[in-house]
Design a protein around this ligand. Sequence first.
Ligand code: FAD
Ligand code: NAP
Length: 342
Amino acid sequence: MQFARDVSLRRLNTLALDGRASLMATVTDAEDLDAALEIASAEGRKVIVLGEGSNVVIAGDLDAVVLKQASRGIEVLERDAESVSLRVQAGENWHRFVQWTLEQGYYGLQNLALIPGTVGAAPVQNIGAYGVELGAFLRRVHAVRLRDGQRLTLSRAACELGYRDSIFKGAQRDTLCITAVDLELGLHPETNTRYPVLDNFLREAGIDTPTPGQVFDAVVSIRRSRLPDPASEPNAGSFFKNPVLTADAADHLRNRFPSLPLYPQEDGSIKLPAAWLIEYCGWKGWRGEGVGVHAEHALVLLNCGGGTGGELLSLARKIAESVRDTFGLDLVIEPRVYGHER
Ligand code: FAD
Ligand code: NAP
């Protein structure tokens, strides 16, 4: 286990926000994890689990043991004519894992290419993109309870997956360290290209029946051309979740705002693009001293250099306030916020 005191978190989150952790433990196996939990217990400190820091806002210093999951390894559990079951250690990088699955001829995850972060964080918000969510492939989550080191296995149902949501953001928020994830992937090269941006991209490339590899390449190209790279423009991806309304409530809003896009969901509810609401309120491209809103992508808040978590959250509150005043809708912040605002 790598262990250090009073560590700056600036390089450990994609928003490049500063904040110091009292203790930082990088764990690669069960023994490391037990040792880190013992230290936390002996010092009476809270434990916060961190992956690659691509969905967190560091608002200030963390009087806690920050536990960085760095366990590696992929194991084939079972295979039949139709599918393969894999156990993937939490510290594996998500995108490299997706790439590996396609190289093996294991299909399903191609729409989720290039999502930053670790495999262990993927169930936390049931990662999703281009019409596909992790939940379609998730079978079990293995975890350790932070309070007492107890080993647990959660079935897919027990994870209570939702739209960018799960039990790990709800009742089990900050109580577990996910150590491994079991997934079931297909062996037949089926694809899902119903998401309009993806469908258009493939059509324009003259590809009518794409292979999973072609879908992976298309998603990587689209993402590279549309989404800011945190390495040059520090961000945490979408800062707010898209609101989901009843059909009646959405109709009512559409009457007031005829150009508002509506995305009907399978369960009859209607999803609204938060980016559109924010842009309508005039925030797209807004720049303050240290923080701002991306000029091409209103859902992405930026640390423009030297911004603090407090400044970023203050901007987020102002944006949410104007969306509430204009549309009567409450935007919910997607990343998790840690530390007290300075
Ligand atoms: P972190 O940011 O380190 O942690 C996020 C949360 O998960 C924290 O609450 C943390 O405590 C918890 N956590 C992390 N690891 C564990 C663990 N092992 N056990 C228990 N809890 C844990 N998300 C999408 O869904 N779809 C996208 O398309 C997408 N695109 C993005 C694009 C960009 C440019 C960026 C910056 C982010 C994007 N995100 C997207 C958000 C982010 O990539 C995902 O939420 C990702 O799963 C976070 O992984 P991470 O390892 O960085 O987690
Ligand atoms: P986009 O394609 O420009 O679409 C904008 C928004 O409209 C998305 O949030 C998307 O919802 C929604 N949308 C568009 N077409 C839809 C349809 N046919 N049915 C349902 N919803 C539709 O989005 P983008 O920002 O470039 O991102 C592309 C994909 O990557 C999206 O799936 C997005 O969620 C994902 N992404 C997520 C993050 C993150 O941090 N969470 C960051 C970057 C990209 P959905 O978001 O529900 O798909």
